[in-house]
Design a protein around this ligand. Sequence first.
Ligand code: ADP
Ligand code: MG
Length: 348
Amino acid sequence: MPQASSNKTGSSRDIGIDLGTANTLVYARGHGIVLNEPSVVAVRAGTTAAVAVGTEAKETIGRTPGSITAIRPLQGGVICDYEAAEEMIRHFVRKAVPGRRPRTRMVVCVPSGVTPVERRAIIHASTRAGAKAVHLIEEPMAAAIGAGLPVSEPRGSMVVDIGGGTTEVAVISLGGIVTSRSLRVGGDRLDAAIIDYVRKEHSLLIGERTAEDIKCAIGSAWPVPGSPELEERTFTVRGREKVAGMPKTLELTAYDVRSALDEPVEAIIAAVRTTLEECPPELSGDVMEYGIVLTGGGALLPGLELRLASATGIPVFVAENPLDCVALGSGKCVEDMDTLNSLLSPAK
Ligand code: ADP
Ligand code: MG
């Protein structure tokens, strides 16, 4: 085991990275979450030169001139553009840990579906960004740790992490993932469902960013009894009329958006059901007793926990700060490398 720095004042450069399909977060030892930006790289067309990364690059999506393309290096839980991914990791690490990084150890959270080739690519990119040692940890494990679940105990805990590109469902016990399932349905698919709905029902063309805005403003998975005002909310959408191509305005209701989201929401519920069916009976008994915990940005969709609870008959809870759970879980490993060593697969 390499020398662990006991310095908590900040000279230690150990970091945890949540490499999400939508957002990347960096946790620095002794400091907490120091960076939280969209996983987007803007490159000049025909080259690999990044002109902007993160927040600045996301601003350009859908608005780029022909000469600049906004790339999301991770899609559907896998790296679809290695060079952009490497550039992004390098940029974020430099930004989060300025100055020299002589002995940086990194704990990088990766979607559970990544292939050995992708694992190597992430390790390579992290090394080029200055890491002296890289450990990979599976996202559902990090999410569960970050949500405060007792992952090391002989007790089944179920976590459902709904990110941008994927939903990861996992049952964890004794520090390991017992059963898991990764499906390529996440926030992006919800956005796509809204785009389809508006096109089919109202012949209006809208972009991804507008769809995401609609989802976050008035989206829901189930009527929420505690907030009847949500039902009355509407969203004024501006887009382009499909046939005439002219700008057009439309008023969408919360009910419209809920119907639009129905299919992908059902897919998430079906994945939870299947994972429960595959789970050893003692552990599913624990899940029935202690409930299911939702993490990731998708957990913020109002009514999702109610709908999932109704479909499974199991209590469902949304983690505190669901968007931060994976980064906080990686942070816990970084702060406490020794006790959590058993959870990590040494990658280098
Ligand atoms: P990833 O881990 O893939 O980077 P995140 O956990 O950061 O993903 O979640 C990002 C997703 O959460 C995006 O698809 C975003 O639209 C969605 N999201 C964020 N806030 C909300 C909200 N209030 N309601 C519904 N979805 C949300
Ligand atoms: Mg995530």
